[in-house]
Design a protein around this ligand. Structure first.
Ligand code: UDP
Length: 455
C-alpha cells in the first residue's frame, strides 16, 4: 500500500476539538500513514494533555485555542471560545507550520475541519495545499450550501422542501439550525461558513461513501471537487488492511472496558439494545426517566452510555428495577460494542459518526435525533436506507416510554425489524466495499495521495 516517495510528504491535520470531529479526521490520517505519508494531527493543547491518546504512525502536536488549561469547557460562552480559537489558533497553527519548515520535514498539505475556514488562509500563506474535511453527511452539507447561497430561503416555509439531489424533506427533517432559524446562531454561522471560502481549497474530502448518498453527491460534485473517503472508522471493522487499527485511539472520555465487555459476553446474539446520545447531547430529567422506563418495560437487555456530566439525571426507577437487565456506563468503545454479536439494535441520537458506524457494522437503529444534523441523518436512515425506525415526540416534545417500547419491539421482534436487519446487512457490505481495495473511497484516497506526491 505504501507509495514511493511518500515518506517525504508531510500532512498536517487540524480537527475541531470535539470527539465527533476528531474521530473521522484521525482515522483518515491513519489511512494516509498506511500509504507511507508522514502525518501530524494537531488537536488543541488541552486535548493533548487531557485525552487518552494511543495512536501509531500519526504524530500528535498541540495547537493553542487560547484555553490550554481547561479547553472548551473552561468557558461558558461558545461565542467567546470560537472567537478566541480563531485568533489564537491561527497564530499557533502558523507557528507549528513555521517550526516544521526548518525541521527537514516541512508540511506539504493542511487538512482542516471545514468548520474552521480560517485555517485555509493560514495554510495558503505558507504555500501548503489545502483540503477541507467535512465530517457530516453530504445531504446535510447540501442543505447548508443551499442556505448559504440563498437557494433555500430562511426561515423555511413548510410544510415540505424540495432541493436537487435530496428526497422531499419535511421542514422538521432539516438540520435544527435551519429549521429553528433563531436557535444557536453561533453554531448556525459556523455550519454555513463551511462554504465561505471552500472553493479556494485544493481538495474537498467528505466522510461518506458514494453509494450511501449517490444523488446528492452527484449534485454537489458539480459544484466542488468532492472526494468521498468514508466510512472513516477503524480498519479492523471494515477492510482490515491498516495494521493494528482497532480503535480511534484518542478519547476525551474514560471507559472501563472489562465491565461492559464481560457483561456483553454473557448475552445471547442480538439480544441487547445499545443506547447512546454521543459526546455532547444533554437530555432532560423527564426524558431520561421515560427512556429508562421504556427500556425496562421492553424486557430486553440494554447497555446505556450516560456521560459523567449527565449521571445526576439518572432516574431512581433504574436503580429500583429488579429485572437487572440494564447496564449503565459512563463511556465505551462504541465500535467494539456495535460489533459485538450480542447487540441487536442501537438507540441513537443519530450523530453522523454514530450513524455511519452503525451502517458499517450492520446494526439497525432507533433514531432519536436531538439537534444539529441529527434530524437529517434520522430521515435518511429511516426513509432512504431503511435501516431503522424513528421515535415520535408527544406534544411536549418528549418521547414517552410507550413509544420507546414500541420502537424497540418493532426492531427486535417484529417483521419490519427482520426487513430492517436485512437492509442493515446489505449496507454493511456496501460500506466495506467502498473502503476496501478498489472501492470508491479507496480509489479516492489513492488519488488524493498521488496528487499530493506530484504537487
Ligand atoms: N463514542 C464512543 N463511546 C461512547 C459514545 C460515543 O466511542 O460511549 C464515539 C462514537 O463512536 C462516535 C463519537 O463518539 O465516533 C460521537 O460522534 P457522533 O457524531 O455520533 O456524535 P456527537 O458526539 O458528535 O454528537
Amino acid at each position: 500500500m505504501k507509495e514511493e516517495g511518500a515518506e517525504e510528504t508531510h500532512v498536517l491535520a487540524f480537527p475541531i476539538p470535539s470527539q465527533g470531529h476528531i474521530n473521522p479526521l484521525l482515522q483518515f490520517c491513519k489511512r494516509l500513514a498506511s500509504r507511507g505519508l508522514k502525518v501530524t494531527l494537531a488537536p488543541t493543547i488541552f486535548i493533548t494533555k487531557s485525552a487518552h491518546i494511543e495512536v501509531n504512525n500519526v504524530r500528535v502536536e498541540g495547537i493553542s485555542d487560547g484555553f490550554d488549561e481547561g479547553g472548551m469547557d473552561a468557558i461558558k460562552s461558545p461565542e467567546v471560545y470560537f472567537e478566541r480559537f480563531k485568533v489564537v489558533g491561527s497564530e499557533s497553527l502558523a507557528e507549528l507550520i513555521e517550526r516544521q519548515q526548518s525541521s527537514g520535514y516541512p508540511f506539504k498539505c493542511l487538512i482542516y475541519d471545514s468548520h474552521m475556514p480560517w485555517a485555509l488562509e493560514v495554510g495558503k500563506r505558507f504555500g501548503l495545499s489545502t483540503a477541507s474535511f467535512f465530517t457530516q453527511s453530504c445531504a446535510t452539507d447540501a442543505i447548508y450550501y443551499n442556505v448559504k447561497k440563498g437557494l433555500l430561503s430562511t426561515p423555511v416555509q413548510g410544510p415540505t422542501v424540495s432541493l436537487p439531489g435530496l428526497p422531499v424533506l419535511e421542514t422538521h427533517d432539516l438540520p435544527s439550525f435551519v429549521y429553528y432559524w433563531g436557535s444557536y446562531p453561533i453554531f448556525r454561522d459556523s455550519v454555513l461558513n463551511q462554504f465561505q471560502n471552500v472553493e479556494q481549497a485544493d481538495y474537498v474530502l467528505i466522510n461518506t461513501f458514494d453509494k450511501l448518498e449517490d444523488e446528492v453527491l452527484k449534485w454537489m460534485s458539480n459544484i466542488y471537487p468532492i472526494k468521498t473517503i468514508g466510512p472513516s472508522v477503524p480498519s479492523i471493522y471494515l477492510d482490515k488492511r491498516v495494521e493494528d487499527d482497532k480503535d480511534y485511539g484518542l478519547s476525551l472520555f474514560e471507559s472501563r472496558k472489562e465491565t461492559y465487555m464481560d457483561w456483553l459476553n454473557m448475552r445471547e446474539a442480538g439480544s441487547v439494545i445499545y443506547v447512546s446520545f454521543g459526546s455532547l447531547s444533554e437530555l432532560g430529567e423527564e426524558q431520561m426517566e421515560e427512556i429508562a422506563l421504556g427500556l425496562i418495560s421492553s424486557n430486553h437487555y440494554f447497555l446505556w452510555v450516560v456521560r459523567k456530566s449527565e449521571e445526576n439525571k439518572l432516574p431512581k426507577s433504574l436503580a429500583e428495577d429488579k429485572s437487572e437487565k440494564g447496564l449503565v456506563v459512563a463511556w465505551c468503545s462504541q465500535l467494539e460494542v456495535l460489533a459485538h454479536k450480542a447487540v441487536g439494535c442501537f438507540l441513537t441520537h443519530c450523530g453522523w459518526n454514530s450513524t455511519i458506524e452503525s451502517v458499517s457494522l450492520g446494526v439497525p437503529m432507533i433514531a432519536m435525533p436531538q439537534w444539529t444534523d441529527q434530524t437529517m441523518n434520522a430521515k435518511f436512515l429511516v426513509d432512504v436506507w431503511e435501516i431503522g425506525v424513528r421515535v415520535e415526540l408527544d406534544e411536549k416534545g418528549i418521547i414517552r416510554r410507550k413509544e420507546i417500547e414500541k420502537c424497540v419491539k418493532e426492531i427486535m421482534e417484529g417483521d419490519r425489524g427482520e426487513k430492517i436487519k436485512r437492509n442493515a446487512f446489505r449496507w454493511k457490505v456496501l460500506a466495506k466495499e467502498a473502503i476496501d481495495e478498489g472501492g470508491s473511497s479507496d480509489k479516492n484516497i489513492d488519488e488524493f495521495v498521488a496528487s499530493l506526491l506530484c504537487a
